[in-house]
Design a protein around this ligand. Sequence first.
Ligand code: 5GP
Ligand code: MG
Ligand code: MG
Length: 189
Amino acid sequence: MAKAIHPHLDRILWNEDQISLRVSQIAAQILHDFPAPSPPPVFIGVATGAFLFLADLVRKIDLPITVDLVRAESYGSGTVSNGDPIISSHLKVDVNGSHVILVEDIVDTGHTLSKLIAHLKLKGASSVSVCTLLDKTVRRKVDIQLVGEGKFYQGFECPDYFVVGYGMDFAELYRNLPYIGVLKPEHYS
Ligand code: 5GP
Ligand code: MG
Ligand code: MG
């Protein structure tokens, strides 16, 4: 029997099977782009939203990779980015001279990624790729400038709704839903 959808959601956009399949496809693409024995990339997840995507993705990458997290905050508890995210938790892994893959839950205006990419460039990464599960391209405000031979991996094009689940929150809730869906407006206003 199908599991009931969370009552605060209008509908599901991507279910567990669809997410899992897409994560496998992205992992295969990354393995193809970073073939052994070239130095394996450093995976840097953007906390907290990317934690499930990062966990599922790296388990499909059979290379001696390193994994770290950064934290960027721009939202508080609203649904609209304030345009000037701050990096509030820094890296432990030294990325100098490494190929970095930044793992994001969703790219919206692009401000968060731009700030993080600039930060990694400053830290000496020889390339910065972006791997985002969702991409809300219609809301982009700044172009994403990759570094070096960096690549852009995208799971799904996301329609212009506020979505939650599979790591993504509203006011820190709903991150544990195994699927991604549209939050009913009455639950964020
Ligand atoms: P940006 O800086 O690109 O505008 O926003 C990036 C961050 O805002 C994402 O990493 C994510 O944490 C958050 N965000 C953007 N759109 C959504 C959305 O539809 N749902 C949720 N839960 N977070 C979002
Ligand atoms: Mg994020
Ligand atoms: Mg959030």
